[in-house]
Design a protein around this ligand. Structure first.
Ligand code: PMP
Length: 438
């Protein structure tokens, strides 16, 4: 009797009620899960996900080793919740220089678990149920689910491609906002706009004029700006990264998001930060203290030392922030050449790790399937990794559901890779070209 009682009890104990919180509805799919797995299974050369395969600089890894095994055993313990003091101090000094204003390390800077958690804090702290958040397409894909999780409604506005003149290669600068269209997205419901310059995936570096237009609309409609600047040092051809927070009326309404991962080529360390006015950051601190609370002390200590070095060498040829973009520009140019030589027209990026290329001339390799649920670029990228061993990411992954079918002829490559990796990619592309022409 006892046994059957416990059996019926355990049957009843099986849960049947829905367990998923409503805020997760519709955001469970994530392109990276699928494409990272495909790359791991099939790729010989992985130019998909955005991380370098070259080492982080010696001065940074040496700083980490010193922090790990130097005399200060307290670096193995918790540090200040809102940022390890040496790191927030040097970040404040650095951004004082960049923004031309005084900053308080304790209230104008907060350290996060990568830029990803910085973004999460921004949306959770600043977006309410019913608020609208403007997102410029194509966009780093996490903005949309993060806005939704906060109860907000994303409102999308696309960068529109203008064909280049006289047969030149297209540049990321040829993708522009339509000023009237952008203005039409602002209303009394708009709480914030997300700006990502330099932009992932296009590599677009917004000009002063474009930023001025966004700033004017933010001020006119009293809107916040979440400015994702993780690629701030990765700008090419002598272009300049302009910080929207430095434009008139913007400091007070902007949160700048940054990443040591991209800044020092150490994406696995997951050290990020926000810089902004205390009246905004105080609310981000509330999210941080009720979720993550602390970030790894040793990584923060090492990043602090990296910034101290860069502060000393600021603008000098030995500075990593001067050297890294030079090296990446060379890598960009190699990949541009490889793709152009193969008929996969590259859109030359002005910044970032990424390059978007046009695959519309490849219908003989991967034919169109009319009325397919899967965008062409997704099918193409899957075919390419399985048949050619080369991994890239479909551009439609960086668009909202409503707009992704307008941009299905492009894929994104990451060129922050060793010369040997880019040569191996070139070999694949050249072999492919020979097969097509023979
Ligand atoms: N923003 C953008 C635009 C990115 O591309 C990335 C990383 N791919 C992040 C934020 C997240 O950076 P982190 O690795 O520091 O969390």
């Amino acid at each position: 009797v006892k046994a059957s009682n416990s059996l019926s009890f355990s049957l009843q104990a099986k849960m049947s009620r829905p367990v998923q919180a409503r805020r997760l509805e519709g955001i469970d799919k994530n392109i990276w899960v699928e494409f990272v797995k495909l790359a791991a299974t099939y790729s010989k050369v992985n130019l998909g996900q955005g991380f370098p395969d070259f080492p982080a600089p010696d001065f940074l890894t040496e700083a980490f080793m010193r922090a790990l095994s130097g005399g200060n055993h307290m670096l193995h313990q918790y540090t200040r919740a809102f940022g390890h003091p040496p790191l927030v101090k040097v970040l404040a000094q650095f951004f004082e220089k960049l923004l031309g204003r005084d900053l308080d390390p304790m209230t104008n800077v907060m350290v996060t678990v990568g830029a990803y958690q910085a973004l999460f804090c921004c949306f959770q702290a600043l977006v309410d149920e019913g608020d609208e958040v403007i997102i410029i397409e194509p966009f780093f894909d996490c903005y949309e689910p993060m806005v939704k999780m906060a109860g907000g409604t994303p409102v999308f506005v696309p960068l529109r491609p203008n064909p280049p003149k006289d047969g030149k290669l297209m540049s990321s600068a040829d993708w522009q906002l339509d000023p009237g269209e952008l203005a039409s997205k602002f209303s009394e419901r708009t709480k914030a706009i997300v700006l990502n310059s330099p932009n992932n995936p296009l590599g677009k570096v917004f000009s002063r004029g474009e930023l001025g237009l966004i700033a004017e609309l933010c001020v006119k409609h009293d809107v916040l700006c979440i400015s994702d600047e993780v690629y701030e040092w990765l700008v090419y051809d002598g272009k300049q990264h302009i910080r929207i927070a430095s434009l008139d009326g913007m400091w007070d309404r902007t949160v700048i998001v940054g990443s040591a991962g991209k800044t020092f080529s150490a994406t696995g360390w997951k050290v990020g930060w926000v810089v902004g006015p205390d009246r905004l950051l105080q609310h981000l601190r509330t999210v941080h203290q009720n979720s993550v609370y602390h970030c790894a002390t040793i990584a923060q200590e090492a990043v602090a030392q990296g910034f101290q070095r860069e502060l000393m060498l600021y603008g000098k040829p030995e500075s990593y922030f001067v050297q890294l973009p030079k090296e990446l520009q060379q890598k960009r140019d190699w990949l541009v050449q490889s793709l152009d030589g193969m008929g996969m027209k590259p859109i030359v990026p002005e910044g970032t790790y990424f390059l978007v290329a046009d695959i519309s001339q490849f219908k003989s390799d991967v034919p169109d399937v009319p009325n397919s649920d899967e965008p062409y670029d997704c099918r193409f990228a899957k075919w390419m990794v399985k048949n050619k061993g080369l991994a890239a990411i479909p551009l439609s992954a960086f668009y909202s559901e409503a707009h992704k079918n307008n941009y299905t002829n492009f894929i994104r490559f990451c060129f922050a890779k060793e010369e040997a990796t880019l040569k191996a990619a070139n070999d694949i592309l050249q072999k492919w070209k020979q097969e097509k022409t023979s």
